[in-house]
Design a protein around this ligand. Sequence first.
Ligand code: LIP
Length: 269
Amino acid sequence: MNDTEIASFRRLCISLAREAGQLALDGRRTEMARGTNNLGTNTKSSATDLVTRYDQASESLIRDRLSQERPDDGVLGEEGTNIASRSGLHWIIDPIDGTTNFVYGYPAWGPSVAVAQGDTVIAGAVHIPMTGETFHAGLGLGAAQDDDPISVNDPQELSSVLIATGFGYDAEHRGVQGRRVASLLPSVRDVRRSGSAAYDLCSVACGRVDAYFEDRLNVWDIAAGLLIALEAGAVANSLDGGPPSAESILVSTPGVHASLLRLLAETNH
Ligand code: LIP
């Protein structure tokens, strides 16, 4: 696939993420204005794993637009879309990453839209409706926040690293994740927990944090954000130094990546 084609897919990712994000934002504002806060909130894998009708509406909007514009492509969405590809391309959709934040009105939430050719993500976009920011990238074409190119920070010491992380919905594993964060906290500058993997990955890409790690995610949480971070100059591995995946991921600025891997290995309880 050439750069012109990748750039075209990048524009479609941006358009889909922005349109779906605006739908969710408008819906939330309408419910708040009515004083109802009726987002149709339900739970999935646990009492803390939330889903709203706007997650579902966002995914439906994206699916419907793709059925018109890319009818032979596959689509995988967090809220149940699973369409086989006839073109070799498939879309990976988190209709609202950070659903808990969406319910509470905490800004770090939004659609994450990525498209892959085989196993390679070639374009992606993450839109954060409450801030109006759209982070996006094309494979080999760099990363940007809206119209401005972005790149990672360059700290050289662990003590200077602002690191983001997240916690899953399984209470027992959250204990493991919490102990891991407590163990590494004395060695770094500070920790941030936004509640959205996609937002955290974009934060690495634009230098809002220096690193992000998490485990037991889903592919839709990271597909777009990982490309954006890599195109902004980040490096990525699993927590034990292998290839990054939704199961285990560390994304950081190059200068401190090896030190962070060693630190996480020491604290991997
Ligand atoms: C969220 C992730 C976040 C993680 C949360 C949750 P969701 O995705 O983006 O990084 O810490 O537990 O998994 O469920 O809001 O789409």
